[in-house]
Design a protein around this ligand. Structure first.
Ligand SMILES: [Zn+2]
Ligand SMILES: [Zn+2]
Length: 309
């Protein structure tokens, strides 16, 4: 179902879909960035260099770095005027064609995003807390797939890496929006890498299958913990995960339920009554003993018939 990747077949692939290289303002070459992620155990990466004139509008062709156990998606971080506060938009687009045309003279951020979506890309609103995105801004990008709910780099430099507040507000407004974690790595001195990623469920680790799975919400995000299953068992939402200090279900604000392990112990399963969420949306957070989190996308209990698990 949309927003949850636990009822399909296939396996999970770990990826980072927001990072930079010397094709824009990153410190490492594309080859070095990809080598670092591959060595860290990632299955795929999207280079998303800044798509602006100064860098000659790069959509990096990373085909040569695809190997048996590792693949790449083509992407860019798109920029155009302007948020309500005057800042230029930052829009992550993954799955772009290599010949995606440069930003037009009069093109706005929402128009550029619409063009990326029409070209087949998965489009995310990058780091909303870091540069002050307002609800009136995101409402103008009607078809964006996702909000960046965690950004490692801007957690490291501004303590503004979290985007869940905006995603929750949009969900409350009825938008079926996804949430992804990403590094925004530049390798330029901040600890901005290997801090948050997506786990995408796909039948095979091809760029096409991974891109479709992203658009379909067949992924969750993590800083470390594994979410093994989220489903329905009778009148309960059941969660199974790697050993955790706490497991949380958050519905329409302020509805929530949680399980905390006893001090020094861990839990690997939680059950929450569906009725607590009034048939609306819900999302799950798993927190491990080191404080690292994993998050499901928001999912909608109204789409779930009884007995489906
Ligand atoms: Zn940015
Ligand atoms: Zn970036």
């Amino acid at each position: 179902m949309f927003g949850l990747p636990f009822d399909g077949s296939g396996r999970f692939y770990r990826g980072n879909i927001h990072c930079h290289s010397t094709n824009s303002d990153g410190r490492l070459s594309p080859a070095e960035v990809i080598a670092r992620y591959r060595a860290e155990g990632y299955d795929f990466l999207a280079l998303t260099d800044h798509f602006i004139e100064r860098y000659d509008y790069p959509v990096s062709d990373t085909t040569e770095f695809r190997t048996d156990g590792f693949t790449t998606l083509f992407g860019a971080e798109l920029h155009a005027p302007a948020l309500d506060n005057g800042q230029n938009w930052h829009i992550v687009a993954v799955g772009l064609p290599l010949d995606f045309p440069p930003t037009g003279d009069q093109e706005s951020g929402p128009e550029l995003a619409a063009r990326a979506i029409a070209a087949g890309a998965f489009v995310g609103i990058a780091h909303p807390a870091w540069y002050g995105v307002k609800m009136r801004d995101v409402e103008a990008i009607e078809d964006a797939h996702a909000i960046e709910i965690f950004n490692t780099g801007h957690q490291a430099d501004a303590d503004r890496g979290d985007g869940w507040y905006m995603a929750d507000l949009m969900t409350t407004e009825g938008r079926r929006i996804l949430g992804y974690a990403a590094d925004d790595a530049h390798f330029n001195g901040r600890p901005d890498h290997f801090g948050g990623w997506v786990m995408v469920q796909a039948g095979e680790p091809t760029p096409e299958a991974l891109l479709e799975a992203l658009k379909d919400g067949q992924f969750y995000s993590s800083q470390g913990p594994t979410i093994e299953h989220v489903g329905i068992d009778g009148d309960q939402v059941v969660v199974r995960c790697s050993p955790a200090s706490s497991i949380h279900a958050a519905g329409r604000p302020p509805l929530n339920r949680f399980v905390h392990a006893e001090p020094g112990e861990t839990v690997t399963e939680a059950r929450f009554p569906i009725v607590a969420f009034a048939g609306e949306s819900c999302r799950i957070t798993v927190v491990d003993e080191r404080g690292r989190r994993a998050w499901t996308n928001p999912f909608w209990l109204d789409a779930w018939g009884p007995g489906i698990g």
